[in-house]
Ligand binder design. Structure first.
Ligand SMILES: [Zn+2]
Length: 227
């Protein structure tokens, strides 16, 4: 019945399972169903549910839309299985959060994640592109077009070739998000792929090196003094 019973908890950022805390209808169809006690019950088109994370024991609020087959039930487009699709989450799911990431970059990336979580893929793609600009500037490339800056980062080895290809994609989809074009648009899937890529990139450029440095520092402290 509920679409989100396991997954990444946006509070504790852990892969977890959830139990249903409760649900309330938000909008209603004109259909009336028979309740267990024989009373008449209005059938909701969307509802808010609270899911309790089994890891951190805190609640996550989700707005869910009733689907019939591949379409929202409200559209009344043919039959199929009835299920609930999560549309909005609170707290917003975010990609990464680490003190090693410079605040200006984290802030821009958080905005991209919030936009994508709120079903605003074009705005999310533009903010993903802006995150790349922030990363390039932090790595000493703040002049020229983003293409040139990404090329420079690839040349000096800061952006490995696989990441460089993806970075081009972020730039292009970001451009599509920023400019109106009847032929091209940004889907939620496109924006989510950009978000996941940037999360990987931030992990590679900031989080992993900082963890490695911390591990080395603690290993050095634990080493017995040499004679
Ligand atoms: Zn949790």
């Amino acid at each position: 019945m509920f679409s989100t019973l396991s997954g990444l908890c946006p509070r504790c950022k852990t892969q977890s399972s959830f139990e249903l805390g409760g649900s309330l209808p938000v909008t209603f169809s004109t259909l009336i169903a028979m309740g267990r006690d024989g009373s008449q019950v209005r059938v909701p088109y969307d509802q808010v549910v609270v899911l309790i994370c089994r890891h951190c024991d805190q609640g996550v609020a989700v707005i869910e839309e009733q689907m019939t087959g591949d379409h929202p039930s409200v559209a009344r487009k043919g039959g199929g299985q009835v299920w609930w699709r999560g549309v909005h989450w609170w707290p917003f799911p975010s990609g990464v959060n680490d003190p090693a990431i410079p605040p200006g970059i984290q802030d821009t990336f958080d905005e991209a994640c919030r936009a994508i979580a709120a079903n605003c893929p074009r705005a999310g793609a533009v903010m993903a592109r802006r995150t790349l600009e922030a990363i390039a500037a932090d790595r000493g490339e703040s002049n020229g077009t983003l293409v040139k800056r990404l090329e420079a980062l690839t040349r000096n080895g800061q952006l490995p070739p696989t990441f460089a290809d993806w970075a081009k994609e972020v730039r292009l989809v970001g451009n599509v998000g920023a400019h109106f074009d009847l032929q091209k648009d940004v889907s939620v899937k496109d924006a989510e792929r950009l978000r996941d890529f940037i999360a990987e990139l931030l992990n590679h450029l900031y989080t992993l090196p900082s963890k490695l440095a911390a591990r080395r520092a603690s290993a050095n402290r634990e080493d017995p003094p040499s004679r």
